[in-house]
Design a protein around this ligand. Sequence first.
Ligand SMILES: [Zn+2]
Ligand SMILES: [Zn+2]
Length: 652
Amino acid sequence: MINITLPDGSKRQYEPGITGREIARDISNRLAKEVFAISVNGEVQDLTRPIHTDAAIKLHKWDAPEARHAFWHSSAHLMAEAIEKLYPGTKFGIGPAIEQGFYYDVDPGDSQVITESDLPSIEEKMLELARQKEVYQRREVPKKEALQYFTDKGDEYKIELISELEDGTISFYEQGDFTDLCRGPHLPDTSSIKAIKLLNVAGAYWRGDERNKQLTRIYGITFPKQKMLDEHLELLEKAKERDHRKIGRELELFTFSQKVGQGLPLWMPKGAQLRERLESFLKRVQRDYGYEPVITPHIGQKELWVTSGHYEKYGKDSFQPISTPQEGEEFLLKPMNCPHHCEIFKSKPHSYKELPVRYAEFGTVYRYEQSGELHGLTRVRGFTQDDAHIFCRPDQLKDEFKKVIDIILYIFKALDFNNFVSQISLRDKEDHSKYIGSEENWEKAEQAIIEACEEKGLNTIIEYDEAAFYGPKLDFMVKDALGRQWQLGTIQVDYNLPERFDLEYIGDDNQKHRPIMIHRAPFGSMERFVAVLIEHTGGKFPLWLTPDQAVVLPISEKFQDYAEKVSKFLNNYDIRTLIDGRNEKIGKKIRDNELKRIPYLLIVGEKEQESDTVSVRRQGEADKGVMKWSEFARLINQEVERQLSSIDSDIH
Ligand SMILES: [Zn+2]
Ligand SMILES: [Zn+2]
């Protein structure tokens, strides 16, 4: 018999060769219907794959990314099967699951094309095949046989993929008449794929390289229930309206230039103002919490990244070294700020009395992402982290965690993210050998995080085997106005870098000790945070943050001079005010400026000019009537103060 350990720690005994699906059935029939994948000792697998040795397992239901991944990946295979039936001779590139659904890159050949108008017939074919309850069958194949199969089939894309794989690591998945090269995992069969929507068709170069042939990329999404698909499509409609790329363009916040390079956002004046305001807001809070600013360069010697371990881990898959005319001199763009901060810590001796030391920097980092992965501001190649590193003693860890949690809660409140959860990532319960750092320190750190979250009353989930090898962490996921979940802030304990950089402080025993390092970024990155903020608010930012707070609309050219006087007055009161002096009808000006999401519209004409007043309209509300300039200035400043002071009173 083998011992199967469930996530709650309970153990069950089974004959060797038992499958995840059978274990699920053994627990309850209902559960068996709800699970789509299984993790066996941390590795996600097919529910139908036999388990031969003692193992810790986790069954994944729809709400787990692992389940959706298996579901959507299986759906990609199903789509490929349907396409092969409808467009014989089609060759297949790659077909992965993505965050929302899946895609497949296909080459229908020179005599066939697939366009969006063909999608409904492919959907229909998929449904027809799904109902036949085709089984996804895994088969390990020798490399030679794998190559032969796709040579016979004439699919040069798969041949290229296989030729890069090592013999003995290759598996096929078959369902119906369709066979694909794949690592899995997959669903047991197609019958749970009940609702299908193919979303769009795009061009994609084979392997993301424009020197290669352009393939047809077909995106789709599937669900186990029609109702889930209907809800999803409704959400997509709403999300389109709030797409940060669309609103970013409309509000002139940021842009991209093919010439500068993809994935490299260019912040336009209004976006830069917004970002600066967010930065100074956080800087002020951090000052109150004892952070000290530091500034470090965008590159570092290759050696630095060898020491930190980043080179070994990411070197091949990231930007390559920058050489100088000096022979042997090599630098790397920084993918993280931590090593630079370690060197600052190291630049002078520290006593236990000085700790914790907290270095903060809005540090811009660069990470290579494949062009197909890039998306607006949420997936970019260069971004700025609201980064800080705390160097502390083990006995200070819990307090530091609580303080960082305070900062994160403060930010969420100021920006109206009221719906969020946090996840604590701890070690594998069974196997502690894969982690660096002493057992005692880990024990203490994990306990400290759990207690800190409890004391702060956070809505927390605990995940085992999710910690990095160098330390446990706490992540924050916010739900936006449409209920979509975004990962934002993170707090990460690190035993590794202090070791690698040989950091130390002198304890009260006069001996040298290693500090613990905490990485934390409440926003995550400025780019991602602004993207999420746009999608959450639909571009209607809080008054304190919004780039333009008011716009003066003269009803005709005659009142342009008066409009300028008003705007000057308000700007002197620190109210960010524009004038719309275009020669347009007032109705059009009002509509246009409402589209720009400017909170206050100030209409001025004969009546207002004679009485030194403005007619005030609040975006989306009724007219507020006629006011003296100073009265309006007071109104706005009070509103801003209210927003910020309600936050301030919560500090400490
Ligand atoms: Zn697959
Ligand atoms: Zn860091």
